[in-house]
Design a binder for this molecule. Sequence first.
Ligand SMILES: [Zn+2]
Length: 376
Amino acid sequence: MIKTYKYRLYPNYKQRLVMQKTLDICRELFNLCLEQRKMQHIHEFEQSRQLTQLKKIFPEYTQVCDGVLRVVLSQLEHAFQSFFRRVKRGQKSGYPRFKSENRFSSFCFPTHLDKGGSFRLSGEYLQLTKIGNVKVRLHRKIPNDARFICCTVLKKNGNWYACFDIECATTTYLKSDLQVGIDVGIINFITFSDRSISIPNPRFYENSQKQRAKLQRKVARKVKGSNRRKKAKLFVSKFEEHIANKRRDFLHKLSQTLVNKYGIIVVEDLNVAGMIRSNLAKYISDCSWSSFFGMLDYKAEWAGNRQIQRVPARYTSQKCSECGFISAENRKTQSEFKCLSCEFCCDADLNASKNILSAWIELSSVNVTGSDVCVA
Ligand SMILES: [Zn+2]
């Protein structure tokens, strides 16, 4: 299993300059090779061979580790391959573009030092060829049996990060027979069918609106193209990054807790892209259900003995979980459910989550018997 571990880097002044220089040279090489490809029929292999001559003409290329430069050529090759693939399939195809400063933010060390490569993590320092020993904050332990594949150095909002692709063994989870249906919503982020507490929606976007507007006003007041405006803009993107980090942290922790506890998790098969077109768009995208379901999916896959099941979202909010009576009138308000047939009263989200679980139980029993007829 391949995972990526990301850590913040703390380069000193000199290292920061070298890293920025490396980034610029890589971007230059990318654009140069793209131009060459536009003019003549040439492949990655040939371009890679010409790298030696290029270094003689432009000595600044010798300041960057060779492996890093070759990765740039592979990235370009990859961009062309995906372009040709899209053309072949008749999809919307964008020709590889020249990269501006804003569109090129990382470079990659392809092999570990132990294998004749160019990076090694030793203690609190990351050893990078032609850059030096950069201080790294290991906020999270790398598994002992991990095998390093590559290291990508990334710049975002003025900060530097290292992303390690590592191969490690799967962690075995204790077997769990617990099944749960979960209903996602805007008021309560999720509600469990087993009546364990519902998680309120943290509303990261909404709650940060005031501060965001204040920062954006600051940008608007500055002269276009000025350094002050640039600085104010950086503050806005740092702020957005912070909110995104908070949201991601919440989703990761919640999805991990669910996967730890339950053996089978049943969710609605929501058309989130379609819902975003509604008038609740802002609130729906703030919830990031798609990312949440995505996290559940891959975490369950890592665990091996966990399942995420999807059921159609039809009538889950209108159906009575006790007697099965379906009516739009059942749901008097957003939060209250009262069945018109059997007078069963319940929290609307809880009722929906129960329906989601029972829908799956119904579906799976059909699949087990192999026919539409359920043996009673
Ligand atoms: Zn009922």
